[in-house]
Ligand binder design. Structure first.
Ligand SMILES: [Zn+2]
Length: 197
């Protein structure tokens, strides 16, 4: 089986993850596949034209975006707006810390296994916790109301329509609610209803 599929398959575990995400290149590829890093060419915020990749090995992804149009000269990091932007370690190590975080491993354990300082691991954990809190708060109070109709669908997390479900594919059962009024989605995980092993 193709390594990334293996990670997303029902036998998701740390060994498959480590085998699939074994280098910086693979980590970047995975982050793009799972939509943690945008893979499309952005448009210049000033003129709206597609930006150009300017390569340099010193950049984290090996390039940055630039609009070369005379009046613009806009430069943008391909990691802008992603949580990798705030991480001061490689994409690979950030992805590894992410796995430890998902597994609820102690931060000192994560630091030792990944080979980063405790301070770095704490920073990433802290930031991931922030992301979770924002996502959770966003979900909490956005659905329903007097003039709203909420559709419930147990399969929402599995469809490609909602990209946030990709990493959780086949691991966790859930149901999704979607507001007809605001089009906002609320996803609820069902912890004890595990898919077939
Ligand atoms: Zn431009």
């Amino acid at each position: 089986m193709e390594p990334f599929q293996l990670v997303l398959a029902r036998n998701f575990n740390i060994w498959n993850y480590a085998a699939a995400i074994c280098s910086e290149e693979r980590a970047i590829e995975a982050a793009k596949r799972w939509l943690l890093i945008p893979s499309q060419t952005p448009r210049c915020p000033s003129c709206g034209r597609p930006m150009n990749a300017e390569t340099n090995i010193n950049y984290k992804l090996g390039f940055r975006w630039r609009c070369r149009r005379a009046g613009c000269n806009v430069i943008r990091s391909p990691l802008k707006g992603t949580f990798f932007e705030r991480s001061n370690v490689s994409i690979l190590n950030t992805m590894r810390l992410l796995l430890h975080f998902f597994r609820k491993d102690k931060v000192s354990q994560a630091a030792r296994d990944v080979g980063v300082t405790r301070k770095t691991a704490i920073q990433i954990y802290h930031y991931l916790r922030e992301v979770c809190e924002v996502a959770e708060a966003h979900d909490r109070d956005m659905i329903g109301g007097d003039n709203d109709i909420v559709d419930v669908d147990e399969t929402h997390l599995y469809t490609n329509k909602y990209h946030r479900g990709r990493l959780l594919q086949r691991q966790t059962w859930s149901f999704g609610c979607i507001s007809r009024l605001t089009k906002k989605i609320h996803v609820e995980l069902i912890p004890n209803k595990i898919g077939p092993h």
